[in-house]
Ligand binder design. Structure first.
Ligand code: PRP
Length: 207
């Protein structure tokens, strides 16, 4: 049996749709259930529905052979696994955003940056040799510059709707993000017969 960790929510559904196109019976993923371990009717696959940030952990430890998760999560939770394929769905960007009239803030040595991507932001500014104050938040990041908690935010932008609704703009695009297929390093060897053809099919479909 091949186990697959999926990020609960929209990403899980899109992941299951892709798996179905590859001939995997992932229909259980669409079922309205509180069960967290779902088995395909043919017992060839099991699916774990977990928080996005936990997908890399399940894959690193080999509890899941495969995982499908956003690149933003992989950047934030650097784990020992193989990132095999850009699946190209759920495209978005990791950006610095803020008020348009405050672009000069970007060079402020005491810039306050609110984000839920604390590790990624710290790494980014450290690589640039810029000292900034990172303010960790868990959600509704756009509220930080609106209320004066931070000067800018470092966050994912998908449609840009949340920024627009709050009078904010993208000041800098830093990373292109999309869903990625990740694979446990040992599983890739021990279950190569099942995993490699599946990766080939996925590659063919996503182009
Ligand atoms: C994410 C992100 C932005 C928003 C971007 O938040 O943090 O707030 O989506 O999407 P948009 O560009 O299409 O508006 P999410 O909806 O995951 O909720 P959160 O605020 O609780 O993190």
């Amino acid at each position: 049996m091949i186990s697959v960790a999926l990020a609960k929510g929209r990403l899980a559904n899109e992941s299951a749709e892709l798996l179905e196109k590859c001939g995997v019976d992932a229909s259980v993923v669409f079922s309205d259930t509180r069960k967290l371990v779902l088995e395909s009717p043919d017992k060839k696959f099991s699916f774990f529905l977990v928080k996005p940030a936990d997908v890399p952990t399940y894959v690193e430890y080999g509890i899941a052979d495969l995982g499908i998760v956003g690149k933003d999560t992989l950047l934030e939770h650097e784990k020992d696994l193989y990132e095999m394929l850009d699946l190209k769905f759920e495209p978005c960007r990791l950006c610095v955003a803020g008020y348009p009239e405050k672009k000069e803030l970007l060079t402020n040595p005491h810039l306050r940056v609110a984000t839920k991507y604390v590790h990624t932001a710290r790494k980014l500014y450290a690589e640039r040799g810029e000292e900034v104050e990172i303010i960790p938040l868990n959600g509704s990041i756009e509220l930080a510059p609106v209320t004066g908690l931070s000067d800018v935010i470092f966050d994912v932008v998908q449609t840009g709707g949340t920024l627009r609704a709050n009078g904010l703009v993208v000041l800098e695009e830093v990373f292109d993000i999309s869903a990625r297929l990740v694979v446990n390093k040992v599983s890739l060897k021990t279950k190569a017969g099942e995993i490699l053809p599946l990766i080939d099919k996925m590659r063919e479909i996503v182009g």
